[in-house]
Each structure stands twice: as C-alpha cells, then as structure tokens.
Design a protein. Sequence first.
Length: 303
Amino acid sequence: MTDNTTSPTPLSLLGAGAMGTALARAWLAAGHPVTVWNRTPARAEALAAEGATVAASAAEAVAANRLVIACLLDDASVGTTLEDADLTGRDLVNLTTGTPREGRERAAWAQARGARFLDAGIMAVPPMIGAPDSGAYVFYSGSAASFDEHRGTLAVPAQTRYVGADAGFAALHDVALLSAMDGMFGGVLHAFALVRREDIAPKEFAPLLSDWLTAMAPWIHQVAEQLESSDYRTGVVSSLAMQVAANRTLLRTAEEQGVSTELVVPLADLMERRMAQGYGDEDTTGVVELLVTDTDTTATATA
C-alpha cells in the first residue's frame, strides 16, 4: 500500500505577542513543528514549554523553515526584523497589520529578495484563534501559488479568504470592514448617550438597538447594487432629502438631551452637501462620491 499521508508543515513564526502566541498554540496543537522568535526572548518561553523551538535570531528562524510567518508590531518592524535574513526560496506570510500600500511595497520588497509573499488581515481577536466556530477568519492576498500550497496550514488557526493577487487587497478588506465597525460603534455609543440620563435601563434598551441594527443590515446589499449600476435612485425607500430632515431632528434631540453631536455631525454634513448638489431624490449611497478622492493609490501587484 502507498502511504499518501503528509506530515504537518513546519513553519517559523516571528512575533510572540498576544496574537502570535495564539497562532503558535493553534499550529502546535495541530501537530505543526513551530520555530518561534521574539524580540523579547522571555515571551517565547511559554511556547517553548508547549513544544516550540525558540530561535536565537530572526535570521535563524527564517533559515529553519520555508514557510515564514510574521506577526509583528507594524510594517516597519517587519523590514527591520528581516533585514539580515536570507529570504531566498521562502514563502513569507505577513500577518502584521498594515495599509494596502504597505502590503504592495512589502510584496515587491520580498520578491526582490527571492521570496513569494502573502499579506494578510486578521478578522479576529486572540481568544478567537484556534477556537472552533468562533467565526475567526483571515484575508490573504498576493502570491496565489503560495496561498494554494499553504492553504491547509494557514486554515488551522482561522478560516482563510483569498481576495486576490494584488498584495494590498487583504489590508484593504480588513480596514474597510473595521471602518464600518467603527461607524457602527459610534452610532451605538451615541444612542446610549441619548438615553443615558433617562429612566431607561441600558440592558433593556440594548436588545432594541441590536434588533434595529440587524434589521437595517440588508441595506448594505442595496448600496452595493447601486454602486455597481451607478444608479442611486433605484429602489429608494427613504430618500436623501427625507434622511436629511430626519438628521435635523436627531441633532435637535441630542441638543435637548445634552449630548454632544460630534459622532454624528460628519455624516449629517455630508448628506446636507450631497442634497445641496441636487441629489435629494436619490439614496444615501451618493455620499460615497463625496468621500472618494483622486489620490493615486496604484501600485504593482505581486502575483
């Protein structure tokens, strides 16, 4: 009989912070040999006790395995950490949070040093890593060949979503989703502030707020359809003019309640501007046109 089983892929991990440690533990639990390096060696001691090999330097960690994963503080630290490492023939996966431009530039940097490169955006916090059904996943972009080869290994800590050969796309997807989350957080905080001084229990108000946001979520798909068709007047339920009028009531209510409007004024102002341009009968989607600038973000994508 032919034995078709394969051994778990060995890998090197640069960075043993909270996220790096969670990633390492997931790979170790799945049987992957892990070589780890951290700028502060003491932080790698717990992983050594769990079976990881601790490298004395980043260059030593890189030399140990073909699959090298960086989970460091920022893009600059990736360059500094790998400055003296030989990346020839390596697959470098960058799980460090960065911008799309940094991802593209780091891809070109890695390719010039003989490595295939994947950038990534982690949609999770450390406790979600390696936890079944946590919903954690990671965006990957860059070398399709590298992703296809290591897909199984990368899927151990969290689900994987490959979003394209453009190395900047993982960070772009990551930040776009986080931006939407921040906007939601701002709205939620403003809502709680409005009722804060009244005889309304936050725990009783919370389900109403959660259910309302869930009910409004399908509007996202309508925005996508309108953007793809460039027709912001199709399927309009509540026109921009109606929403501008509602915003004015919202702002007056905040004033009456003694609540700052700084979380909601920016969007209200944009909606007023768009309506003043003569688009009161369209959906709010047209505000996107006020946000997009002509800044050139083009860069070479590394396949």
